[in-house]
Design a binder for this molecule. Structure first.
Ligand code: HDE
Length: 696
């Protein structure tokens, strides 16, 4: 065997064949030289250093060692909650000043565009879980203001499961995989979760929300965000106004159907992140309005629930939102790990003019966030990572520690000091000072009496929903509790639901086949039935018609009419939506006129759950052929039972029949694209639902 390395064979401008047969390109043109971490230009990145051609690898191979060691440390601990997330960059622009109410410049300087980093997440699942799990979504916004970073670390649901932070560990342990077996992943549909919540009645209001379609959004771009807690705004005179923060999506809200969510988890586990990434890349920048609910001590005292209780909301009908700005996400990250994974939010990241209240959940969070970053990101200097670093001047006496990246100058690292003219000094006038709240009392480990009503707003939420939305909440309870193996837990939960309303409990019991077993659970305070319904709590009542940035899937096959596809594409594009072609083969379909209709998806990989509306554009032969093909039947059947508007060429009849499509108001046959798209723009055909799914 030859001992000399074979020279790379030149394949022209594009490739060279290396000694191992690998194809590679060498530096030159637009390609920079490959270096190691220390800048040493690498001559061969394909072969390790060996003693002889077939001999052992030498420890001297520092290039191999460095590359392997870096790889060995490529992962950091994932977040204990909100592990699966997706981030994007953009800006917040203030449109209405809160001057006089707060001194925070980010909320008083109209027109200023403050850079932001936003991360959306699910809570329970691990980093590799599916996007469409039933879960509350994190909605965390970091604003790099010129007075320091301000984070609104919120969710897409305005209330929370628990009132006191001391229960958070228990809640999360109950929701995540059961510790002995390490499953189930990314779902609350298991015994430990329902065991816990059925014993903790304060979770009931939030349960209504997570059993609703809010927990399965169509897109991050189509969900609301909430700061949840009551915060304070503080003006120059030191006066405080209470505030609740709300993000409102410009596209309106939309959700998916639960059966769709289950199938999307398989068809595209990255459904939400792909949607956001694509929208930003296509220039369809998602946008939210920032709304605030502002109130004073007098309102807080009069309001029927405690404003420090995070299991309660203040209805918009009682206290309307004031829209003060907009959040626009116009840039995807350059590197997922460096930015999305390393971004560190903290409820304590506030600026002068924004302050905390005594909400016991918020107080506990204020301890937790920085603490978690210390172990997750490896030490106290994580704020020096570019995605976390403030964009305003930063100077203090903190020094050293793991991974110090800024070489802070000078001898003075203490205060007070007098040796250096440029050492940083506190600024009592412009700096952050805590709101002057006077409080005295006994030291007690108690829950305030004003936190005792756990069921009234749960009932208010249910009563505020449209009929299909209520049906979905009932079905979700049935689905989740059907996965609970311990009958006593199911029974107890029915008893808690009876505290909200006997009708809800009975409907769930009926769906479980457990009528007659409900044992009433003693409740501290009975549900009030006089709270008016709030339309603002319903997705359907707030959804905005339109197909902008939505996706229409069109199934074609050999013999389809290429001109008809073209006409459909034109109409879909005019409506602001995207047309995606699904064909039995990814190479495309041979059209009637001999041309090839290019495909975006192969049938098995382009399930109709991925689209907002569908169209079946087949010839008679094509439809007959596909009418015995399981994937094609499922494609059409799923779209129908997911209540989608379905368009079809007249010749597609054999497939529509095989899929059991009933010609209702949401099925448009022929090439009347205007009617088809007009119907599709209104969303799903809710009237179809009782004919395709049991209502309990
Ligand atoms: Fe969190 N939460 N949380 N949380 N939370 C975390 O911080 C915690 C709560 C929220 O995209 C952790 O950096 C406690 C409510 C979001 O990086 C941790 C309590 C709300 C994110 C933590 C709560 C949230 C987190 C885990 C009860 C909505 C993801 C990793 C007192 C208002 C942020 C991390 C991101 C993340 C603690 C309850 C929102 C462990 C102790 C209520 C959006 O620090």
């Amino acid at each position: 065997m030859s001992k000399t390395k074979k020279p790379a064979k030149n394949l022209g401008a594009e490739y060279q064949i290396g000694a191992g047969g690998e194809l590679h390109q060498t530096a030159g043109g637009t390609h920079p030289q490959l270096t190691n971490q220390r800048g040493l230009v690498v001559g061969d990145d394909e072969n390790s250093l060996k003693l002889g051609e077939r001999g052992p690898v030498l420890i001297e191979d520092h290039l191999l060692v460095e590359k392997t060691q870096h790889f060995d440390h490529e992962r950091i601990p994932e977040r204990i909650v909100h592990a699966r997330g997706f981030g994007a960059k953009g800006y917040f622009e203030l449109t209405h000043s809160l001057g006089g109410i707060t001194k925070a410049r980010v909320l008083t300087k109209v027109g200023v565009k403050t850079p932001v980093f936003t991360r959306f997440s699910t809570v329970a699942g691990n980093m590799g879980s599916a996007d469409t799990a039933r879960d509350v979504r994190g909605f965390a916004v970091k604003m790099y203001t010129d007075e320091g970073n301000w984070d609104i670390v919120g969710n897409n649901i305005p209330v929370f499961f628990i009132q006191d932070s001391i229960k958070f560990t228990d809640l999360i342990h109950a929701a995540k995989q059961e510790p002995d077996r390490g499953f189930p992943q990314a779902q609350t549909a298991h015994d430990t979760f329902w065991d816990f919540v059925s014993l903790v009645p304060e979770s009931t209001h939030m349960l209504m929300w997570i059993m609703s379609d809010r927990a399965i959004p169509r897109s991050f771009r189509m969900m609301e965000g909430f700061g949840v807690h009551t915060f304070r705004l503080v003006n120059e005179a030191g006066d405080s106004t209470y505030v609740k923060f709300h993000w409102r999506p410009k596209l309106g809200m939309a959700s998916i159907i639960w059966d769709e969510a289950l199938k999307i988890s398989g068809a595209d586990p990255d459904f939400h992140r792909r949607d956001l990434w694509n929208a930003i890349n296509e220039g369809n920048f998602p946008e939210w309005e920032l709304g605030v609910q502002l109130f004073d001590e007098e309102f807080a005292n009069k309001f029927e629930f405690d404003v420090l209780d995070a299991t309660k909301l203040i209805p918009e009908e009682t206290l309307p939102l004031k829209i003060i700005g907009r959040l626009v996400l116009d840039q995807n990250v350059d590197n997922y790990f460096a930015e999305t994974e390393q971004v560190a939010f903290a409820t304590t990241d506030v600026v002068p003019g924004i302050d905390f209240t005594n909400d016991p959940l918020l107080q506990g969070r204020n301890l937790s966030y920085i603490d978690t970053q210390l172990s997750r990101l490896g030490g106290p200097n994580y704020e020096q990572i570019p995605v976390n670093a403030p964009r305003c001047p930063m100077a203090n006496m903190q020094r050293d520690g793991h991974m110090t990246m800024i070489p802070q100058k000078g001898r003075v690292s203490y205060s007070p000091s007098s040796l250096e003219a440029d050492s940083p000094r506190q600024d009592p006038k412009n700096g952050f000072t805590s709101f002057h709240a006077s409080k005295s009392g006994d030291k007690l480990r108690v829950r305030a009496e004003s936190f005792s009503d756990h069921f009234s707003q749960a009932l208010m939420f249910f009563n505020s929903q449209t009929e299909p939305e209520q049906n979905h909440i009932i079905s979700a309870f049935i689905f989740e509790l059907s996965k609970v193996e311990t009958k006593a837990v199911r029974t107890r939960m029915l008893g808690q639901l009876a505290n909200v309303s006997s009708e809800i409990s009975q409907r769930v019991a009926n769906g479980l086949g457990m009528l007659g077993v409900t044992k009433a659970i003693p409740a501290k305070v009975a549900a009030r039935t006089d709270l008016p319904a709030s339309d603002a709590l319903s997705i359907h009542k707030k959804s905005k018609p339109g197909l902008k940035t939505k996706v229409v899937g069109c199934l074609v096959g050999d013999g389809s009419d290429a001109r008809a596809v073209l006409a459909l594409r034109k109409a879909v594009t005019v409506a602001g939506a995207n047309l995606k072609i699904v064909a039995p083969k990814i190479g495309g379909a041979a059209a009637l006129d001999g041309t090839i209709i290019e495909a975006d998806f192969q049938l098995a990989g382009g399930s109709s759950v991925l689209f907002d509306a569908v169209y079946v554009l087949l010839s008679k032969e094509g439809a007959t052929k596909l009418s015995t093909e399981g994937a094609a039947i499922a494609w059409v059947h799923d779209a129908f039972v997911h209540l989608k508007v379905l368009g079809a060429s007249a010749a597609a009849k054999p497939l529509l029949d095989a899929a059991g499509v009933v010609r209702d108001a949401g099925v448009v046959i022929g090439d009347d694209h205007k009617t088809y798209l007009n119907k599709a723009s209104k969303g799903r055909i809710w009237s179809r639902e009782p004919s395709v799914r049991s209502v309990f």
